[in-house]
Write a protein that binds this ligand. Structure first.
Ligand SMILES: Nc1ncnc2c1ncn2[C@@H]1O[C@H](COP(=O)(O)OP(=O)(O)OP(=O)(O)O)[C@@H](O)[C@H]1O
Length: 237
């Protein structure tokens, strides 16, 4: 479903991604891990179209998408969330979903918006101002709801669980599983918590200084010496 071939991204003199290659299949839940600054968000930005790679190819649903604009990628089924929730100001929760839907799916579909509000447990907040009247957990659910409104086949989740306490995190993980089943979604999730990656993901890939240093089951990856060193090295720095 998604394949990256030798993707390199530079910001001036800084190589943020270097020859990154990996493929994932429909329905997979993949954890993307690595120390701060490793290139995880840059990878999401490159897949979703905010950042242009210097070299390499990105294929999604058997099409080369590396030069397509954001909305074209969204319409092919690429959905994403942002590390810092970005609700549209002055709009209600419901309006946020409708705008996301028009951007990513090409037209408004009230029934689908109602369904997503219910699935994401946002029904009672539907007419609230999204930017000023939601608590952190609701903002996070809205961020995912906006991505779902674009009818994705692949969902890129950038640290959606960060800042939640452990019970809330567990409920959120259950919700992600539910979405995976219900919408037959493939998911890539950036997350620092090893336990979460281990319970949610069948596979994990690790970035360090822009390079992929491991790819395997979470158990394999987290006992890989290069991975352990990338984290302890970062902690010592
Ligand atoms: N727009 C940009 N311009 C210049 N440098 C950038 C830009 N975006 C990211 N970088 C740099 O690229 C590197 C990778 O950053 P990125 O945000 O992708 O890492 P990350 O793995 O998502 O980190 P974190 O876990 O802290 O979110 C960092 O050195 C960062 O400073």
């Amino acid at each position: 479903m998604l394949r990256l071939e030798d993707v390199t991204v530079r910001f001036g003199g800084l190589t943020a991604l270097k020859d990154v290659s990996f493929a994932m299949g429909a329905g997979e839940i993949l954890g993307l891990v690595g120390p701060n600054g490793a290139g995880k968000t840059t990878l999401f930005n490159t897949i979703s179209g905010l950042v242009r790679p210097k070299t390499g190819r990105i294929l999604f649903a058997e099409r080369e998408i590396g030069r397509l604009p954001l909305h074209a990628r969204a319409r092919l089924g690429l959905g994403r969330t942002f590390q810092i929730p970005q609700p549209m100001h002055h709009l209600t929760v419901r309006e946020n979903l409708t705008v996301a839907q028009v951007f990513g799916a090409g037209k408004a579909d009230t029934a689908r918006v109602d369904e997503i509000l219910e699935v994401m447990e946002l029904g009672q907040h539907a007419e609230r101002n999204a930017a000023t009247e939601l608590a952190l957990q609701e903002l996070k659910r809205l961020e995912i709801a906006k991505a779902l409104a674009t009818n994705p086949k692949l969902l890129l989740l950038d640290e959606v669980l960060a800042g939640l306490e452990s019970n809330a995190k567990r409920r959120f993980v259950d919700k992600l599983r539910e979405l995976h089943e219900r919408y037959k979604l493939a998911i890539v999730i950036v997350e620092h918590d090893i336990e979460t990656i281990s319970t949610l993901c069948s596979r994990a890939v690790v970035l360090n200084f822009g390079q992929m240093i491991a790819d395997g089951t979470p158990a394999e990856v987290f006992r890989n010496p290069a991975v352990v060193e990338s984290y302890t090295g970062a902690a010592d720095a």
